[in-house]
Design a protein around this ligand. Structure first.
Ligand SMILES: [Zn+2]
Ligand SMILES: [Zn+2]
Length: 346
């Protein structure tokens, strides 16, 4: 850097570091706070977007909102955040006319990785940051001007707003899992607990959330034969327990409602319950349940014979233990993923 090059403000360097951590999925602080402030600051620009300073900031914030929108969509389940992003993006979009683009074909900046885009976005906010960007990356004036092009920025704003809209539907809307009836309900109305278990244990295949949600809805519908209740509830419980990263309210709401049907004020004379004897691994628990529902096909079980009576399996105290741990997990998702109480309610 030459002595003449002005440098970007120190708080902008912090902003780069903070936002880089977020887009790399390793936030240093509270990502919800940082991104709320980002969206708020972006909206402030709308008041003076017709000034040179405003136009610089519009470009910078559009790039930043675009770079961070994947994180908002995938990691934060907060309606207020989605509203804030949408207002900023739509506000910018209303000031941008793609017809003003005079760039040669294919000369708009390419979509870089989000960490790079964060550096670019923050640099664009100020004259000093831009000078530093030009110097550090050796780009020319024409390349820099492309970042201010209304056609380029309109595309970014549209893309990010669409992403946030879709995420709102996925995370807060109604997820239809009724097609799973055909897979898990047998002729005659019984539930195929073994098939349910096979599906729920493979979280890598994206089955766990939908299958657990289906289990919750079936439970709430009351269309469950007595002998299937335990298998259905355990499938729901395992789906919750295995969703380490947390599921959004569109899933969690009905799961919580199903868990809430379990009475917690119960007691019994048992020393131990069968579920506590299975190891805390997906495989061990899976073996315990499929043995219970298809002992001929699956003779192995981690549950000792003297604890395996159906009466112990069905004990209300065991249900209460399971419900307590499921509630704890559901509560953890809220804390981890943000949003207000009302975002998670039915
Ligand atoms: Zn252009
Ligand atoms: Zn008991």
């Amino acid at each position: 850097m030459t002595e003449q090059t002005p440098t970007m403000p120190a708080d902008h360097r912090e902003l780069i570091s903070d936002l880089s951590g977020i887009v790399c999925d390793y936030p240093n602080g509270d990502p919800e706070d940082s991104l709320s402030i980002l969206a708020y600051d972006a909206r402030e620009v709308l008041d003076h977007v017709d000034t040179p300073e405003g136009r610089r900031e519009r470009a910078g914030y559009t790039v930043l909102l675009h770079a961070t929108c994947w994180y908002v969509a995938a990691r934060l389940f907060s309606k207020a955040m989605y509203t804030s992003y949408t207002k900023a993006l739509e506000g910018f979009r209303a000031t941008l006319d793609p017809a003003n683009c005079t760039c040669p074909d294919g000369s708009h900046p390419k979509d870089g990785d989000p960490e790079y885009s964060v550096g670019v976005g923050v640099s664009l906010l100020t004259e000093a940051g831009r000078a530093e960007f030009v110097e550090d990356y050796g780009i020319d004036d024409e390349e820099l001007a492309a970042y201010d092009c209304e056609g380029f920025l309109a595309d970014l704003a549209d893309e990010a707003a669409a992403r946030i809209r879709e995420a709102y539907e996925e995370n807060f809307g109604d997820i239809d899992v009724s097609h799973l009836d055909a897979r898990y309900v047998r002729d005659g109305g019984g539930i195929d607990v073994v098939a349910l278990q096979k599906a729920v244990r493979h979280s890598s295949e994206g089955n766990t959330g939908p299958v657990a949600l289906w289990s919750a809805r079936r439970w709430l519908s009351g269309q469950v034969r007595d002998e299937d209740r335990l298998g259905l509830f355990l499938s729901l419980w395992m789906g919750i327990d295995q969703s380490y990263a947390g599921l959004p309210p569109s899933y969690a709401r009905d799961m919580a409602a199903a868990v809430d049907t379990i009475g917690l004020e119960v007691s019994c004379d048992h020393q131990r319950h069968p579920w506590s004897t299975a190891e805390k691994t997906v495989e061990s628990r899976y073996r315990a349940v499929i043995h219970l529902y298809a002992p001929e096909d699956h003779p192995d079980t981690p549950v000792p014979a003297d604890l395996a009576s159906r009466e112990r399996w069905e004990c209300p105290v065991q249900y209460a233990e399971l419900a307590r741990s499921a509630k704890k997990n559901l509560e953890g998702w809220r804390v981890m993923r943000g949003g207000g109480e009302e975002d998670w309610e039915v």
